[in-house]
Write a protein that binds this ligand. Structure first.
Ligand SMILES: [Zn+2]
Length: 241
């Protein structure tokens, strides 16, 4: 067995409060495109760059364009949890892992069976009428017209996904910080740590083991106890076995 995997296995065994913080790389292994990566959505043809389309102002002013992009790129059919999601769910069930904090909006952690999930950027599974605040599930959005309207009041429905220009949910941030503060081991996976609020959240960690698992180097590599440059799914599965 690889020395680093052995070391991670050892950390798992000697930890009682593991928290996982995951970025886009966790989902790309399920085939979800990362719109920030070089081979991601930036290179594809749209009239506006993704960070413009996925902004609050654009949603209000170009709702149809927003929903074209959203349906095409963010509502992906047939994606399934991968080894990373499934292993994290097992770790939670075993009582070792106390929380998953994710920047992804695809709900794959819950599909894998994780219960305590903090979705910093929201989720495509929740949608709300902007006028009467009635909630709608993903199925309703998928079956609706291009621009989904509320079946009660006819108002515009907005996905509960955090767009650019919008703030993060206070309760979710507070919960995430609570668990990071209490953790003895923080595993950060599938993120280059360049995207807000990842780097800021790590400052709250005061535990023993900071583990970074990412295919490429990150600015935090020198601060970690263990750095593994490999597939997050493969590493977690092997170390948990
Ligand atoms: Zn309504």
């Amino acid at each position: 067995m690889d020395e680093k995997i052995k070391e991670l296995k050892n950390i798992f065994e000697n930890s009682n409060y593991i928290v996982f913080f995951g970025g886009a790389g966790v989902s790309t292994e399920s085939g979800v495109p990362d719109f920030r990566s070089v081979d991601g959505l930036y290179n594809q043809k749209y009239d506006y760059p993704p960070e413009t389309i996925l902004s609050h102002g654009f949603f209000l002013n170009h709702t149809e364009e927003f929903y074209k992009f959203y349906r095409d790129k963010l509502l992906i059919d047939g994606i399934k949890p991968n080894k990373a999601h499934l292993t994290l769910a097992k770790m939670e069930e075993a009582g070792k892992l106390k929380a998953v904090i994710t920047q992804n909006i695809d709900g794959l952690h819950q599909l894998a069976g994780s219960k305590n999930v903090y979705e910093l950027h929201g989720t495509v599974y929740k949608n709300k009428c902007m006028r009467c605040k009635k909630s709608f599930d993903l199925d309703y959005i998928k079956k609706a017209d291009l621009v989904p309207k509320c079946s009660f009041c006819g108002g515009l429905i907005k996905p509960e996904v955090v767009l650019y220009e919008e703030g993060l949910d206070d309760d979710i941030m507070t919960g995430a910080i609570h668990h990071i503060t209490k953790a003895d081991t923080l595993i950060i996976g599938g993120t280059s740590l360049a995207v807000y609020p990842a780097a800021g959240l790590i400052r709250f960690f005061g535990g023993k083991n900071l583990v970074l698992i990412n295919k490429s180097k990150t600015p935090m590599d020198n601060n970690a106890n263990l750095v593994i440059h490999d597939s997050i799914g493969k590493v977690l599965e092997e170390a948990w076995q």
